[in-house]
Design a protein around this ligand. Structure first.
Ligand code: AMP
Ligand code: ZN
Ligand code: FE
Ligand code: FE
Length: 282
């Protein structure tokens, strides 16, 4: 049996592995195929693709877009993206700028509380275009301004705490369209984690292609529920570990193994859509 992990992060967002380290880990846990899905970024895809090619592992370029629909935050995974697509790069560039501004605002809020963390230190540590709260937490620990990452979230960074700053998000309907115009498939990430069940019908109407049924934080019952929903709406089934490297204790890669038949169905859908576009242009 061949298996895939279609939800992975690297240091191009808030993971800790380089693309090469990630591929090595994937190889060690026996995966035949991986997708890179950094938050609002496709920057790591080229290096990951090269590293996969070197060890004959299949690679799918992807991203995890932070979006919202009717005040519900939803993460939309894009797969088989053209990582050079200008519209995609322009739009995610805008949301990367939003993320960078948000880091400045979080640091200003920390400074107001007398915690002397500079945005520049966070940027230096993150060293990527798509920084987030985990980088602020790591910078606080690194500068010995707090003892551990959990405390950083509990005291300052989680929703409702004094240094939490809301993030302007893309509309979920736009994210589906953006992924499609870049040649990709749009998949709702971890619905059991974000509690996004109620918005599934609207996203399906907008052209959602799949749903992440298998995820580290989905119980067996949850996965079964989303498999039923996938069947009801004729959605593709995906799954992944959501590994962030060493940021959350042990790396999660290898914990969720998606049977490869689901990847084959995804590839068939991408091919079908491409064929339609080509015929439409004739
Ligand atoms: P951001 O995109 O900047 O809002 O950061 C979201 C990321 O922060 C998520 O991907 C989680 O990995 C991490 N995160 C969110 N809440 C917590 C928490 N309470 N403790 C640790 N990490 C968290
Ligand atoms: Zn993350
Ligand atoms: Fe997510
Ligand atoms: Fe993720």
């Amino acid at each position: 049996m061949k298996f895939a992990d279609l939800h992975l992060h690297t240091m191009f967002s808030d993971g800790t592995f380089t693309p090469e380290e990630l591929v090595l880990r994937a190889q060690n846990v026996g995966l035949a195929c991986i997708a890179l899905t950094d938050h609002d970024s496709v920057e790591g895809c080229e290096r990951a693709a090269t590293a996969c090619a070197n060890v004959k592992m299949e690679f799918i370029s992807g991203a995890e877009l932070t979006a919202e629909h009717e005040d519900t935050e939803v993460h939309v995974l894009g797969y088989f993206l053209d990582t050079k697509n200008k519209t995609l790069l322009d739009r995610i560039g805008k949301f990367q700028a939003v993320r960078q501004n948000r880091i400045r605002e979080m640091c200003a809020a920390l400074n107001k509380l007398g915690i002397p963390l500079k945005a520049e230190s966070v940027f230096a540590l993150a060293n990527c275009k798509s920084p987030g709260r985990p980088h602020v937490a790591r910078a606080l620990v690194k500068e010995k301004l707090i003892s551990n990452l959990d405390d950083a979230f509990e005291k300052y960074l989680k929703k409702g705490r004094p240094c939490w700053v809301p993030k302007t998000k893309m509309s979920a309907l736009e994210s589906v369209e953006l992924i499609h115009q870049a040649g990709g498939l749009a998949v709702m990430a971890h619905p059991g984690l974000n509690r996004t069940d109620d918005i599934i019908p609207d996203l399906v109407k907008a052209g959602l292609d799949g749903i992440e049924c298998f995820h580290t934080k989905h119980s067996t019952i949850m996965s079964e529920r989303y498999l039923e929903i996938a069947e009801k709406y004729d959605l593709l089934v995906t799954g992944g570990s959501d590994c962030h490297g060493f940021s959350k204790k042990q790396p999660l890669i290898g914990g969720v193994k998606l049977p490869y038949e689901h990847v084959e169905k995804m590839k068939a859908k991408v091919a079908e859509r491409k064929a339609k576009i080509t015929n439409g242009h004739k």
